[in-house]
Structures are given as C-alpha cells and as structure tokens.
Design a protein around this ligand. Structure first.
Ligand SMILES: NC(=O)c1ccc[n+]([C@@H]2O[C@H](COP(=O)([O-])OP(=O)(O)OC[C@H]3O[C@@H](n4cnc5c(N)ncnc54)[C@H](OP(=O)(O)O)[C@@H]3O)[C@@H](O)[C@H]2O)c1
Length: 369
C-alpha cells in the first residue's frame, strides 16, 4: 500500500489479478499526482492503459438469448442548437445508446423509464434501425417506491430470468431542492434509493440469469462528495452536491454488493462505470446551464463526447468476457477507450458501506439476498 492509497484502494488492489493490480497501483498514483498538479486528465492519459484498445460497440459479443433491463434508456438523439446549451450538437441518452447497441446484438431489451411517449419513441427508432430488434418499453418511476415495486412485479410475471441489469437512469437535480412523496431529496431518491430497491426486487430474477451482470452508473462527480453525513443535502443543497453524494453512494454500494454476491454465492457479476463527459440531457433537462453543475460542466465544452462513446465503458462492463467484477470502468484517454477508472469515491470504507446499506434498507424496507 502506498502512502497515498486509502483503505478501500488497498482492498481493491489486493483483489485484483497481478496485471490489473499493477494497473490499479499505477492508476492510484496517477490520481494522486493529478490532484497535486490539478491536471487529472493529463495524468490519467499518461498512466492508465486501456483494457480494450480500439474496442467499440461493434465488438460486443452476441447477446442472443439474453434479457436486459436498462433504466432510463429513452433519450433519442436530438440536436441542441447554438446558444441553448454549450456545446451545441447532437445529444442522446447513454441508456438509449446501451439499448441500441445491445438490441443490435440480439438481446431482448426492456427500456424502463417513466415517460411512455419517450420510451415508445426510443423503441420505434431502434426498431427502425434494427428491424429484428426485440425491444420494448415498461413504465418505471424510480422516484416512487410503489412504481419500482409495480414494475418489478410486472417483470416477474413476464420473464423467469434477467441476465443483465443496467442501473443507468439519473437526475442531476433541479435548481431548488425537491423531495418525492416519501420526503427523499430527488437525486438521492432516484439515483440511489430507487436503484437499490429495484436491484433488491429483481435479485431473484438475476440469480436465475445466465452469467448475470449488474452495472451501476456512477460519475466523476462522485469525487466531490467528501462525507456521507448529509445524504439528502438538507443542510446545504446544490444540484451538484446532491448528485455527487448519490453517485459516490452508488459506487460504494456497487462494491459492497459485489462483495455480498461473492460471499453469498449469488453468481452475479457487479461493476460500476462512468461515461466521462457525454452529450446527454442530464444537465440541459436537469439543473440547467445556470446551476453550479451547469457552469462547472459547460466551462469545458471541449470535453464533451458523443453519447455513443460515453456508453462504451458500460457496454464493456456489461458484455466483455474479460470485464472483472468489482471494478470501476471508464474512458481513460482522449479516444475514450475503456480502462479501469481512478477511484471516484475514496470515502467508501467498509464501515461507510455498512452504514449506507443500513440506511438504504431502512429507506426501502428491503435487503439484498
Ligand atoms: N452525461 C454525462 O456526461 C455523465 C457523466 C457522468 C455520469 N453520467 C451518468 O450516466 C447515466 C445516464 O445519464 P445521461 O447522461 O444519459 O442523462 P439523460 O440523458 O438525462 O438520461 C437520464 C435518464 O434517466 C431517466 N430518469 C430520470 N429520472 C427518472 C425516474 N424518476 N425514473 C425513471 N427514469 C428516470 C431519464 O428519463 P426521463 O426522460 O423521463 O427524464 C433518462 O432516460 C446517469 O446515471 C448519469 O448520472 C452521465
């Protein structure tokens, strides 16, 4: 363990194969160096090799026979004109790109999101591109636990197994703090509580799956969460703070669930990913350009990549035979090739993970396993 590694990094490093351990140690050093010189991206580029150079959605192995649930997934391409949100260009949802790529490879895809019109549009567009695609929409509002349960009950009556769950949907908050019917702040409710509940409901179907996987979407913003003492940003709300806490919690929970899967023999391969900075609707349709989040992101328009590229790390974690459970994948260079990401949730000790699990179990009335 180096001086700059925390307990979690050391645990993760121990769990890796010798090759990945060397890569992870190089990456931990790169992150520390980057924090010092203030140039994380440059340090990453210098130090983190891609685990799959040149890998693209075209390389996804056949998904025929696999049943996939993707939360969100309804963000069909739209052109955002100059002056609306920087940078202008074609925006689409990462979940939509996941659905499109997996349906193209023969998976049975269920797009689970709250808006039937948008979901139907995504299904129609993917079918127009891939006429034999087996894809459909199911209504799910992650902000409401009753909707999560109703969705899960419906799916349980339709299929006997799920092979892949991509917990993709998220909100980056609203300009003012808002809560759902249970009094939960929306980033916390949708991004973390809703996905915890969904995963717990679908666990039996996933355990029936063939080489089942779960991918949780985190974010580089998770590094901004410095403590879990105000999970619902009651003391000091900004959209970016609320989002950062939820995404750090997702990352910590991913690792905790992967540990539980290994220890209890669920047989489920669980990873987390982040997409870098992609042209999606997360900020334009969430807190908007005039929020702390919007200003922080839009001050570097050159960093935005098409959503197709941002989706690659998730598609890799979801399908690549060499993707390792428990790891956190993301783009590692300007080409957005996939690699093992730096740790964006360094506050995630096992004790913190246990507290989070308890908090989420209390909020949902559910446990895993
Ligand atoms: N874009 C980036 O640069 C970036 C960076 C880091 C991490 N991420 C992560 O990537 C994932 C995908 O986001 P995105 O960037 O593709 O943003 P997006 O285009 O805004 O997609 C978010 C999706 O979540 C859905 N959603 C929001 N609230 C929901 C709810 N209550 N119930 C069900 N679905 C809900 C949205 O559906 P509606 O259309 O109904 O709102 C939409 O389909 C998120 O987890 C995000 O945190 C993105």
């Amino acid at each position: 363990m180096t001086d700059t590694m925390n307990i979690h990094e050391a645990t993760l490093a121990e769990a890796l194969s010798p090759i990945d351990r060397r890569r992870f140690l190089a990456l931990s050093g790169a992150a520390s160096l980057a924090a010092v010189v203030g140039s994380r991206v440059e340090a990453q580029q210098a130090a983190i090799p891609s685990v799959a150079p040149g890998w693209s959605a075209a390389d996804i192995p056949s998904q025929v026979g696999r049943t996939v649930v993707i939360t969100g997934g309804n963000g069909v391409p739209q052109t955002i004109p100059e002056g609306t949100f920087p940078p202008a260009g074609v925006y689409s949802g990462l979940g939509y790109q996941d659905a499109r790529a997996l349906a193209a490879k023969g998976a049975t895809v269920i797009i689970a999101s709250r808006n039937a019109a948008k979901g139907g549009e995504a299904v129609a567009l993917i079918k127009a591109e891939h006429p034999s695609a087996n894809i459909r929409f199911e209504q799910l509002d992650l902000a409401e636990l009753a909707s999560v349960k109703a969705f899960s009950d419906r799916i349980q009556s339709q299929v006997d197994r799920i092979d892949l769950l991509i917990n993709n949907a998220a909100t980056a908050g609203t300009p003012d703090r808002r809560v759902n019917g249970n009094g939960h702040e929306l980033c916390w409710a949708i991004n973390m509580v809703g996905h915890f509940s969904l995963t717990a409901h679908l666990l039996p179907l996933l355990r029936n799956g063939s080489s089942p996987r779960i991918v949780f979407l985190s974010s580089g913003a998770a590094r901004r969460a410095t403590a879990f003492d105000d999970l619902q940003t009651e003391k000091d709300y900004t959209p970016l703070k609320a989002y950062a806490v939820s995404k750090a919690a997702l990352l910590v929970m991913t690792r905790d669930l992967n540990r539980r899967s290994a220890e209890a023999g669920w047989g489920i391969h669980i990873t987390a990913t982040h997409p870098g900075t992609a042209k999606t609707f997360l900020i334009p349709s969430g807190p908007g350009p005039d929020s702390d989040f919007g200003r922080s992101i839009a001050s570097h328009p050159e960093r935005f990549r098409p959503a197709e590229l941002g989706a690659l790390s998730t598609l890799y974690a979801a399908t690549h035979p060499a993707a390792q459970a428990g790891l956190y994948y993301g783009p590692v260079n300007e080409q957005y090739e996939v690699g093992v990401s730096e740790d964006h949730a360094t506050i995630g000790t096992p004790e913190v993970a246990a507290q989070l699990y308890e908090e989420l179990s209390k909020a949902t009335g559910q446990g895993m396993g």
